[in-house]
Design a protein around this ligand. Structure first.
Ligand code: NAD
Length: 385
C-alpha cells in the first residue's frame, strides 16, 4: 500500500497566477494573508497579487520580510503580523523560503508551539490554516511537499519539520514568475530540483507513482536547465524546469529525499550556503558513493537523461552518470566548499556535529546505501576540495 499526498487544487502554466482568485473561491477561502520577501515587494509582484485579489473582492494582509533560509525569528515576526487580524488562509509567495515560512506560520497560527517542538521525529498531520503556495523559483518543489525547513539561528540547525499539515492546499505554478531569476539562482534552484528527482527515484521509499514523476522531472531538468541558464528569457526552457521542479517536489514529498539533502542542510545552517548550491556541491560525489546500493536505478537515471545509451551496461551507465554530474557542475560554475571560501578549520571542527545533524534528519536512512557517521564525515572531507 502506498499513501500519496498532493495539493488539492493545482493551476499550472504561463499566466496561472491570474487564476489565484478563482482557486481561492473554489476552496471557499476569503481572507488570505500573504507572506513574501523584500524582492517580491520591490519588484512589484506582491502589488500585482494584491491588486488581483482586491479586484476580485478579497481583503488581504501581507508580511514582506521573509528571509532566505527562514529563521525562527522571521517566522515569529510573520506570525505576529498575521495575528493582528483574522485571516482564513496563508499564501507563500516567492522561493522556498517565503513558502516554508508560510507553512510554519499556518501551523503555529492554529496550534501554537514553536518550530523546535515540531521538528522531526515529530510529525504534524493535524492541519493548520490552509496554505496556498506560489513559487517564483523553479527548485524546491515546496509548493507540493509535506515539509518545511526552518533554521534555529541560536543552534545553527536547519530543522526539518514534516507532516500533512505542511502540504499546500492550492499550488499556483506559473513559470513566467521565474523569468527574472539570474543565472546563479537558476542554476542552484534547478540543481536542487534535479537532486530531488534523483533522490526520490533511488530512495528506499520510492513507489511506481513517484518513479514516474521523478523520471519525467530529471529528464526535463537535465535538458532544459543549461538553456535556462544561458538564455534566461527562454520561455520553453523556463517552463520545462518549472514543470520538472513541481514533478520532483511531488515525487520526493511521497518518496523522501536521501543522503545529499541530509548532508546539505548542515552546510546551509552553519555556513549559509544557498540550499541548491550546497546540494550541487555534494551531488556528484554522494552519487558516486551511493551507486553501489542501487546500480540499476542509477543506470536508469543515466539512460532517461540521455547520458548513457540504452545498450550500455549498468556499471558503465553509473560511471557515465557520475562523470556527467561532475561536468555539469563545471559547466554551471559550482564551487567546492573550499573554493567557495568556507573556513577550513571551522569546517573540520564542525564535521562531527554536521554528520550527527545529517543522520538525525532521517534523510540518510532512505539512501540506497546507508552511511555511518564516519562515512558521512569522510564524504564531507572528500567534497571539501
Ligand atoms: P529563496 O526562497 O531562499 O530565495 C533566494 C533569493 O532569490 C531571495 O533573495 C529571493 O528574493 C530571490 N528570488 C526568488 N525568486 C526570484 C525570482 N523569480 N527572480 C529573482 N530573484 C528571486 O530560494 P529557494 O532556493 O527557492 O528556497 C530555499 C529554501 O527552501 C531553503 O530554506 C531550503 O531549505 C528550502 N527548501 C524547502 C523545501 C520544501 O519542500 N519545503 C525543499 C527544498 C528546499
Amino acid at each position: 500500500m502506498t499513501a500519496l499526498y498532493l495539493p488539492s487544487l493545482i493551476r499550472i502554466g504561463g499566466g496561472a497566477l491570474n487564476e489565484l482568485p478563482a482557486a481561492l473561491k473554489q476552496a471557499g477561502l476569503s481572507k488570505p494573508f500573504i507572506i513574501t520577501d523584500n524582492f517580491m515587494a520591490k519588484t512589484g509582484l506582491l502589488g500585482r497579487v494584491q491588486t488581483l485579489l482586491e479586484k476580485a473582492g478579497f481583503q488581504s494582509g501581507a508580511f514582506q520580510d521573509a528571509v532566505p533560509d527562514p529563521t525562527v525569528t522571521s517566522v515569529e515576526a510573520a506570525l505576529t503580523a498575521l495575528k493582528s487580524q483574522t485571516y482564513d488562509c496563508v499564501i507563500g509567495l516567492g522561493g522556498g523560503s517565503p513558502i516554508d515560512t508560510a507553512k510554519m506560520v499556518a501551523v503555529l497560527a492554529k496550534h501554537g508551539g514553536s518550530p523546535a517542538q515540531l521538528k522531526v521525529p515529530h510529525v504534524q498531520d493535524e492541519v493548520g490554516l490552509p496554505i496556498i503556495a506560489i513559487p517564483t523559483t523553479a527548485g524546491t518543489g515546496s509548493e507540493a511537499t509535506r515539509v518545511t525547513v526552518i533554521t534555529d539561528e541560536k543552534t545553527d540547525e536547519k530543522m526539518l519539520c514534516a507532516g500533512y499539515a505542511y502540504l499546500p492546499h492550492i499550488a499556483i505554478v506559473d513559470y513566467e514568475l521565474t523569468l527574472t531569476m539570474p543565472r546563479r539562482l537558476t542554476a542552484d534552484t534547478g540543481t536542487d530540483a534535479l537532486t530531488h528527482a534523483i533522490e526520490a527515484y533511488v530512495s528506499k521509499r520510492a513507489s511506481p507513482f513517484t518513479d514516474a514523476l521523478a523520471l519525467s522531472a530529471m529528464k526535463r531538468i537535465w535538458h532544459a536547465l543549461p538553456i535556462a541558464c544561458a538564455e534566461p528569457s527562454s520561455k520553453t526552457a523556463r517552463e520545462q524546469v518549472m514543470q520538472g521542479a513541481f514533478e520532483a517536489g511531488m515525487a520526493f514529498s511521497n518518496a523522501s529525499v536521501a543522503l545529499v539533502h541530509g548532508m546539505s542542510r548542515p552546510i546551509g545552517a552553519h555556513f549559509h550556503v544557498a540550499h541548491g548550491l550546497s546540494n550541487a556541491m555534494l551531488l556528484p560525489e554522494i552519487t558516486a558513493w551511493s551507486v553501489a546500493g542501487a546500480q540499476a536505478r542509477y543506470a536508469t537515471c543515466a539512460r532517461v537523461m540521455g547520458i548513457a545509451p540504452s545498450g550500455m551496461d549498468d556499471s558503465a551507465a553509473c560511471a557515465a552518470l557520475v562523470t556527467a554530474l561532475r561536468e555539469r557542475n563545471h559547466e554551471l560554475d559550482v564551487p567546492t566548499p573550499s573554493t567557495y571560501g568556507l573556513e577550513e578549520t571551522r569546517w573540520n571542527t564542525l564535521l562531527p556535529l554536521m554528520a550527527e545533524q545529517a543522520l538525525a534528519s532521517g534523510s540518510p536512512d532512505n539512501n540506497p546505501r546507508i552511511p555511518t557517521e564516519e562515512d558521512i564525515i569522510a564524504l564531507y572531507q572528500k567534497v571539501w576540495a
